[in-house]
Design a protein around this ligand. Structure first.
Ligand code: GDP
Ligand code: IMO
Ligand code: MG
Length: 422
């Protein structure tokens, strides 16, 4: 069995795009299993930077097939324009990109509903993610397989717009959406996608049977998981490793590697508790040096010290077989580096993460203080080039979580990577 998974272990933006792009040449298929265009996965090579929102981060590796699984929510307009951009860069997608016919579509009424219901309350990416997953669970969603059939899509869309308008206009005074206007755009988008939409589960099962290697790419991060994250300040899907099974139709027994990505510090975009957040000059320093601005929305990311209590929780949820620590270079130049090893909540000290959003909001982090280093490490590619203090931080991450750190990222480019042999 040969399925590997890349999962964000924090609140997203850990550097999953860089890692998936780096690993892609070792795989036959790269498959996204959840989320939608709320994701922004950045890939940098040879002086160029590309941000992917819906396409798997294997698209820039010729010969690798890319799958958008049934667990993903697809905004057809965003997908078609991203496909055009990638093809213009010279990466052909014909026969290489496969979209699940069971993936649900994000349609204009989803964004309208999000605006009136939850965008400001949660600080969402305003991509219509929550309302699209709501419709999926309510069994009224329109799937990719229907989008590509103009007659069926017309029928389904007209009846859905009428239903959604009763909520939008009746409860929120929205002027309402016009089904014919939506159809004028979306029928063509459906036709453009028709050649890519297929039964991806069957395709993945055949690939497994033929001994092919599959890399499942998560979006967001474990602490944004709808079940295990800091609810309600979460996304509406399961970025944790379990999402691979439901989002692609792969059995858990096929997964033999789960790679957790963690920054050497923490960031979060949007609202919700963040025990180690730094609102001082150090937080501003991390944001500046780490260029911590959202790849999807451009919003400044909240920054703080690495939270080992939360990371250990994430290890428990995902069963990481190894960790990749990214953005270690961003910590260069700090006198000391802190890692949170305990939470103080209501007079008691805890070394394990309790998934209680209210309590997390009233948590005082307790830190271990480690030595900093001054050396610029962004050109290091070997472990023995790294300063001892940087390696001591890596060792502390491993000893606290019980998961070995296999790779360190020292910059956004493919080459800025250190493989650890221990
Ligand atoms: P993703 O959503 O997990 O794929 O991460 P994002 O692309 O949203 O954010 C990660 C950002 O950090 C991107 O701008 C990457 O180019 C950049 N990045 C990734 N790894 C490193 C690293 O090791 N050092 C630095 N300085 N930047 C990195
Ligand atoms: P990648 O894949 C960071 C956050 C939003 C908000 C919450 C809910 O690039 O790591 P949503 O639009 O999903 O309903 O918003 O989740 N969020 C992310 N934060 N990285 C992401 O994706 C995110 N996708 C959603 O900021 O707090
Ligand atoms: Mg991102």
């Amino acid at each position: 069995m040969a399925v590997s998974v890349v999962v964000g272990s924090q609140w997203g933006d850990e550097g999953k795009g860089k890692v998936v792009d780096l690993l892609a040449p070792q795989f036959d298929i790269v498959a996204r299993y959840q989320g939608g265009a709320n994701a922004g996965h950045t890939i940098r090579w040879d002086g160029q930077t590309q941000v992917l929102h819906l396409l798997p981060s294997g698209v820039f590796t010729p010969g690798v097939q890319c799958v958008i699984g049934n667990g993903v929510v697809i905004e057809p307009k965003a997908l078609v324009s991203e496909m055009q951009k990638v093809q213009e860069l010279g990466y052909d997608l014909t026969g290489r990109l496969l979209i699940s016919r069971n993936a649900h579509c994000i349609l204009p009424y989803h964004k309208a509903i999000e605006e009136v219901l939850s965008a400001d309350r949660i600080g969402t990416t305003r991509r219509g993610i929550g309302p699209a997953y709501t419709d999926k669970v309510a069994r009224v969603g329109i799937r990719a397989g229907e989008l590509v059939d103009p007659d069926l899509f017309g029928q389904r869309l007209r009846s859905e717009v009428a239903r959604q308008n009763t909520v939008l206009c009746g409860a929120y005074g929205h002027p309402g959406l016009d089904a014919e206007e939506i159809l004028a755009d979306y029928v063509d988008l459906g036709l453009e996608l028709a050649g890519y939409v297929t039964d991806t589960t069957e395709l993945l099962h055949r690939a497994l049977g033929a001994g092919k290697k599959i890399l499942a790419e998560g979006a967001q991060g474990a602490l944004l998981d709808i079940d295990f994250g800091t609810y309600p300040y979460v996304t509406s899907s399961n970025p944790t490793a379990g999402g691979v099974c439901t989002g692609l139709g792969l059995p858990p027994t096929a997964i033999n590697q789960v790679i957790g990505i963690t920054k050497a510090y923490c960031t979060r975009v949007g609202h919700g508790p963040f025990p180690t957040e730094l609102t001082d000059a150090t937080g501003a320093h991390l944001r500046k040096v780490g260029a911590e601005f959202g790849a999807t929305t451009g919003r400044p990311r909240r920054c703080g010290w690495l939270d080992l209590v939360a990371l250990k929780y994430s290890c428990g949820l995902n069963g990481f077989t190894e960790l990749v620590v990214t953005k270690l270079d961003v910590l260069s130049g700090l006198d000391t580096v802190k890692v949170c090893t305990e939470y103080e909540q209501g007079g008691t000290t805890k070394s394990h993460f309790v998934n209680d959003t209210r309590a997390l909001g009233m948590t005082t982090p307790r830190y271990e203080v480690l030595e900093g280093w001054t050396q610029d490490i962004s050109n290091c590619t070997q472990a023995d080039e790294l300063p001892p203090a940087a390696l001591a931080l890596i060792d502390r991450i491993s000893s606290f979580t019980g998961v070995r750190v296999k790779t360190i990222s020292t910059g956004p480019n493919r080459a800025q990577t250190v493989e650890l042999s221990r």
